[in-house]
Write a protein that binds this ligand. Structure first.
Ligand code: SAM
Ligand code: SF4
Length: 333
């Protein structure tokens, strides 16, 4: 089996593919209220094009695939696509990140198609605040989506909570409370200077260390849990069924040294680092008839461009411009 090793000796085993830039929500930190100019349909990767790339990545030892967006459940044919991915034979861990709005009706089919697990984004447990942050009144649908994911054993069910000072930091205890008698993993994610909040600076950022301290003030010392190469520091409140994860994308730079992931954007760009604007276009050459060997060489070139670290941290200027290419809905988070 071949291995994808980048120029900093990291073994790349994980790809996130964004299958659409469209979304049902307009989260304030992700998209402007009017949305962004959507990619024309012919600039979005077709399913068979993802499969061609994933076959090559599979030969290179990538065995972990996450489907994301935009909102991936919006794309027609996503269940059948997942069914095809699960028969490739190279993917050991097939997961999906969703805003949960359409999940309730699709969870069973997704599970039957071969999806292993889901991450569901939910930044508040308050219906009114939910409508404020997403600009859509869909709180109940998302809660039902979470229940369906648990019922269908799309596990572990992880809840992504972007922590925003002054918006949801008062809800940290309520989110942690969810883990006490449910097997969910609540993951607090530091707000990153991407897309429409790129120019806001970091005044709304809460570090994962501060979150940990706030939780420990209530529950006492958290029990650390081993998390392999994952970016989250994982913990459990003693005696709890579920887990708490802290993702210090901005404040913890050990994050980058073990990063084993690459991204394929909705328009077929290989993005070796979330924050780097170095992107290798795979789609145009694929549509111009490159061979699999040439495509493999292009992928390896992209992987070799993966920087050692993203170089942005608290207090620094965001490196990402706020043009459309750096909006999370087209990269996939
Ligand atoms: N629409 C799906 C969702 O929201 O789960 C999938 C795509 S979304 C871009 C993936 C993840 O990125 C979500 O958990 C979202 O909260 C997170 N995200 C988006 N913009 C972010 C930002 N500026 N900082 C931190 N996380 C962000
Ligand atoms: Fe849509 Fe996800 Fe962006 Fe929210 S974070 S606007 S749900 S893509």
């Amino acid at each position: 089996m071949k291995k994808l090793i980048d120029s900093h000796s990291r073994h790349i085993r994980y790809v996130r593919i964004s299958i659409t830039d469209r979304c049902t929500f307009r989260c304030r930190y992700c998209m402007p209220p009017e949305g962004v100019e959507w990619l024309p349909h012919d600039m979005i990767m077709r399913y068979e094009e993802y499969i061609r790339v994933l076959n090559i990545l599979g030969e290179q030892g990538i065995d972990k695939v996450r489907i994301t967006g935009g909102e991936p459940l919006l794309r027609r044919g996503v269940v059948e696509f997942i069914g095809e991915l699960s028969t490739l034979g190279t993917i050991g861990d097939l997961s999906l990140t969703t805003n949960g709005m359409l999940l309730s009706a699709m969870a069973r089919d997704l599970k039957d198609a071969g999806l292993k697990r889901v991450n569901i984004s939910i930044d508040t447990l308050d219906r009114i605040k939910f409508a404020q942050i997403t600009r859509v009144d869909a709180y109940d649908k998302v809660r039902r989506g979470i229940e369906s994911a648990l019922e269908c054993d799309l596990s572990p069910v992880k809840l992504n909570v972007v922590s925003i000072r002054g918006f949801n930091d008062d809800e940290i205890p309520a989110f942690v409370h969810l883990t006490l008698d449910s097997p969910v993993e609540v993951r607090f994610i530091e707000l990153m200077p991407m897309g429409c909040i790129a120019r806001h600076g970091d005044r709304e950022l809460i570090s994962s260390l501060e979150i940990q301290q706030r939780i420990e003030t209530i529950h006492g010392a958290l029990e650390p849990i081993e998390n392999g190469l994952g970016p989250a520091r994982m913990f459990r409140v003693p005696g709890a069924q579920g887990k708490v994860g802290l993702i210090g994308a901005m404040s913890e730079h050990s994050f980058c040294t073990s990063c084993n992931r690459i991204r394929i954007t909705a328009s077929g760009g290989l993005r070796p680092c979330l924050f780097s604007e170095n992107v290798v276009d795979l789609l145009t050459p694929m549509r111009s008839g490159i061979t699999d060997a040439e495509l493999e060489a292009l992928i390896i070139r992209g992987v070799m461009m993966k920087p050692l670290n993203h170089g942005i941290c608290r207090g620094s200027q965001p490196l990402c411009s706020s043009d459309q290419a750096s909006f999370m809905n087209s990269i996939g988070g």
